[in-house]
Design a protein around this ligand. Structure first.
Ligand code: PHE
Ligand code: ZN
Length: 875
């Protein structure tokens, strides 16, 4: 077999044939489902008269084929592994096909498959071709009519997109007919059939349309749908008030499935969710899970406009829908919860994980120009960096113009498949701003680094700020051009502690402004600066760049308490901790005694003394940079030194501030019944951060509070935190019984057992690899379930000290799992390899061990998914 070949953006051609209407009939059977398709096809006016009809199809057994009522003979068409080709077709015709597919043996979870006995589909990006022969590309949009025939006992519920127009029984089977009046690409098709129960609600849109809302789950999960339903209604209202967009069908359904490759999918009118992304209950889901569900429900709902009504011309434009929709869900969550905390959490994740992706061998632009396997491009760059780019656009032209641009985009491209140029073009039209340099954000990969230097001139009362940008080379892109970088900033007076008025070129920007860095190097001279300032740069993380400024610890401590920007106050704290951590890492490496920087202790003391009123922000400020984030700051990562330094710092803080942490814990312990409100979540976070510090020194008081919190069993947030702290402590005499109790209590609940796996394999003690191997044989584990793989194997690879064991056994274990999953579920296999692709960042012996495992994977007969990642990693 030849190596898989890339597809190029520059090769894009409009489709030769369009499908105007699609009729499908599914006769469900676990191993032999029959799919009949009647495709109403027209030649694209732009296409050549002689163009053959080429349809996509994979893993299909063709039963029959006909054209306008006449059966086609085998000599009339050619079937390959991936296509069906008919040389001569009329200008307009109806193609009738029947194929057989096997949902039971579909472990890749693309196309039609079975999950816990139910039938469900996943078609994005190219799964529809595993259901029937079709032009499987997003710029072919059709109306759909779908008949689902099933067994009334096994599949009492039969669902598809749109509105149900008919149902009935025939020959001991039953059926339902669904019609979706909105033309859609086939990646938005969905079908669900099984023994499901629903929770129902209603929503009245701003124009008065009554929408029925349904969440379909297995019966035992009916009590876990309330939060998703409430989130859905909030999201529907938010999109009306914020973007003027309302829902366009009479029915909106969500279905929870247990086996799902991603979080959720925005199929028209029938969103399919990973059960982990929809089910919540105070006893089984943590606060973080509640917030995640809210964000994902909103994200999928928002796709109804940004993705479905206006879709993507081709998969290179993926960020057109994903970047914009992530931006929309981020804003929704910020409006619904603590806005600064939402930003802090998003950015700290972004700077760790997306920066790492952008610096590694799989780095790619927000709009890639080629790919081998599109499922490998559902990445942090497409989603999160894409969202940062849209956020910059919004900040550059201002919300009013941005909203006008969005209106224009939704109106002009409604029912169309659009490009990134179309979107940015609407923003240009609406604002009058030229955005051609800005477009480079879509085509250049890599994280831009910005070096900043400031100088205060007492004599002239001037502050000169010099900014220099450079983007490092990334695979296939050596030359980088300067980007248009919006830098939001303030100058905080060192005497007054206040933001000073900014005057640039005689023009006043007020107390906070945005300066536009467009050249490789630029100097901005602020006039009439009355006192020496400390610059507060990149407020709110106004651009996805790595900013270097030579702050002293005193300046950072000053910003930590005086910056008016909540995000930058937090960031100043992170920078201060980082400087201290650097010292500790150096001490560890040099084998000298570690000494804690008292400035960090005093800064934390100030925070604990009530300096910050938002408890959720305070909890974030008291949290040290993660090991993964610290690692990102090092060229060659020293896994053990990082862990030792961070532990030393946590323990030093706990020893110095023990009484404050106890007081904080006690002041925030509460008996209120659980609610996922921002206030309660903030209080619990703060309490649990305090508990984590106390458990870092494992003294009697900390252990007593932790055990009591576990035993009280108030809600999963508190129980999970207590369990994690016990299991990650050295007190295995206390951890073992807690784990046992928890495991027995929740043996019946798959999502809770996922947490039970994760807690065990993230502990820093050195026996974890053996524990992973042991747990892989646990009855609750299944390599075919992506959530289980993520909870056990994925979580283990994030356990830095254990995954990067010097004997290479962590790498070996991962490679073994990847090799097995390559056959079962290539998409998940390819994602799981990520940590091995980062080998360049480790010492020579680990590099060799990681490459050795990559090479071992490469020797296998590989799926195109795994092939693409391994090939890039070893290039
Ligand atoms: N389009 C989905 C989302 O972002 C993600 C997804 C992609 C789900 C591919 C399944 C398969 O909302
Ligand atoms: Zn999405």
């Amino acid at each position: 077999m030849s190596d898989p070949q890339p597809v190029y953006l520059s090769d894009y051609q409009p489709p030769d044939y369009l499908v105007t209407h699609t009729e499908l009939t599914f006769d469900l059977d676990p191993t032999a489902t029959r799919v009949k398709a009647r495709l109403h096809i027209e030649r694209n006016p732009a296409a050549a008269l002689s163009a053959p009809l080429v349809l996509d199809g994979e893993n299909l057994t063709l039963v029959s084929l006909g054209l306008d009522g006449t059966a086609l003979e085998e000599r009339d068409y050619v079937v390959s592994d991936t296509t069906l080709r008919i040389e001569h077709v009329p200008e307009r015709f109806c193609l009738e096909s029947e194929v057989e597919i096997d949902p039971n043996s579909n472990t890749a979870l693309e196309g039609l498959y079975r999950s816990s006995g139910m039938y469900c589909t996943q078609c994005e990006a190219e799964g529809f071709r595993r259901i029937t022969y079709y032009p499987d590309r997003p710029d072919v949009m059709a109306t759909f009519k779908v008949t689902v025939i099933g067994d009334p006992a096994r599949e009492p519920v039969l669902l598809a997109n749109g509105n149900r127009v008919e149902q009935g029984e025939r020959d001991g089977r039953h059926f339902a007919v669904w019609e979706d009046p909105h033309p859609k690409p086939c990646y938005l098709f969905a079908l669900v059939a099984g023994d499901l129960c629903k929770t129902s609600d209603r929503f009245t849109t701003q124009s008065g349309r009554e929408v029925a809302l349904e969440i379909w789950v297995e019966e035992e999960n009916l009590d876990k749908t309330g939060h998703a339903m409430a989130s859905l209604k909030r999201a529907m209202a938010w999109d009306e008030t914020t973007y003027g967009r309302e829902y366009d069908l009479d029915l909106f359904m969500i279905v929870a499935v247990n086996d799902f490759n991603m979080g959720a999918m925005e199929n028209k009118g029938l969103n399919i969710f990973n059960s982990a992304a929809v089910l919540t209950h105070p006893d089984t889901a943590t606060d973080a899970a509640f917030q995640n569900v809210e964000g994902i429900v909103a994200h999928e709902y928002f796709h109804n406009w940004s993705g479905n009504r206006v879709t993507c011309r081709d998969w290179f434009q993926l960020s057109l829908k994903e970047g914009f929709t992530v931006f929309r869900d981020q804003c929704f969550s910020a409006d619904t919860n603590s806005a600064p905390v939402k930003r802090i959490q998003d950015v700290s994740f972004f700077r760790t994980a997306q920066f790492a992706e952008d610096a590694g061998p799989t780095a790619h632009p927000v709009r890639p120009d080629h790919y081998i396997e599109i499922t490998n491009f559902y990445t942090l760059t497409i989603y999160e960096k894409g969202a940062e780019v849209v956020r910059m656009l919004c900040n550059l032209i201002g919300w009013e113009a941005f909203r006008r641009g969005a209106d224009r985009y939704f109106e002009r491209f409604d029912g169309c498949a659009a490009t990134i140029e179309d979107f940015v073009g609407c923003m240009e039209d609406a604002s009058g701003e030229r955005l051609d340099q800005f477009m480079r954000w879509y085509s250049q990969a890599g994280t831009p680094e910005v070096d900043a230097f400031g100088e205060y001139d007492y004599v002239h009362g001037e502050y000169r700020l010099t900014l220099r940008q450079r983007t490092p080379a990334t695979p296939g892109q050596n030359e980088k051009l300067p980007l248009h970088v919006p830098v939001r900033l303030g100058l905080v007076g060192t005497k007054s502690g206040q933001d000073l008025t900014l005057t640039l070129d005689g023009e006043s920007l007020g107390k906070e402004g945005v300066i536009h860095l467009r050249q490789a190097e630029q100097t901005f001279v602020f006039e009439n600066v009355a006192e020496a300032p400390v610059p507060s740069l990149l407020r709110g993380f106004s651009a996805p760049v790595l900013l270097h400024y030579p702050y002293s610890r005193e300046e950072l401590a000053f910003l930590l308490t005086h910056d008016s920007d909540g995000f930058n106050r937090w960031d100043a704290g992170q920078r201060l901790s980082m400087l201290a951590l650097d010292d500790l890492i150096a001490a560890h490496r040099n084998g000298v005694e570690k000494v804690m920087d008292t400035r960090v202790v005093e800064a934390f003391r100030t925070l604990l003394d009530g300096e910050v009123s938002d408890k959720a922000v305070l909890a974030e400020m008291l949290t040290l940079p993660t090991e993964a984030y610290i690692a990102e700051q090092q060229r060659i990562v020293d896994v053990d030194a990082i862990h030792a330094a961070r532990e030393f710092m946590r323990q030093s803080l706990a020893v110095a501030l023990r009484d404050e942490f106890i007081a904080t814990y006690e002041a925030n312990a509460s008996d209120e019944p659980y609610a996922p409100t921002p206030e309660q979540i903030a209080t619990r976070s703060l309490k649990n951060v305090a508990l984590a510090y106390l458990m870092a020194i494992e003294d009697a008081k900390g252990l007593e509070l932790c055990q009591a919190q576990f035993a009280a069993g108030r809600n999963m947030t508190d129980v999970r935190q207590a369990l994690t702290l016990l299991v990650h402590s050295d007190r295995q005499d206390l951890a073992a019984p807690a784990l046992k109790t928890f495991g027995e209590k929740w043996a019946h609940d798959s999502l809770v057992m996922d947490q039970w796996f994760t807690v065990q394999v993230t502990r820093p003690q050195p026996d974890v690899l053996e524990r992973v191997e042991y747990l892989m044989d646990h009855p609750a584990f299944s390599i075919k379930n992506p959530n289980k793989v993520r909870a056990l194997i994925g979580a283990f690879t994030q356990n830095r000290v254990n995954f990067h064991r010097l004997d290479g056994q962590g790498y070996r274990l991962l490679a073994d799992v990847v090799i097995e999953l390559n056959r079962l579920n290539p998409e998940i296999a390819a994602r799981l390899i990520t940590p091995l692709t980062r080998w360049q960042r480790f010492d020579e012996s680990r590099q060799a061990l990681m490459r050795q495992e990559l090479a071992r994977i490469k020797k296998e007969p590989l799926s195109s998914n795994v092939y693409e990642v391994v090939e890039k990693a070893l290039a």
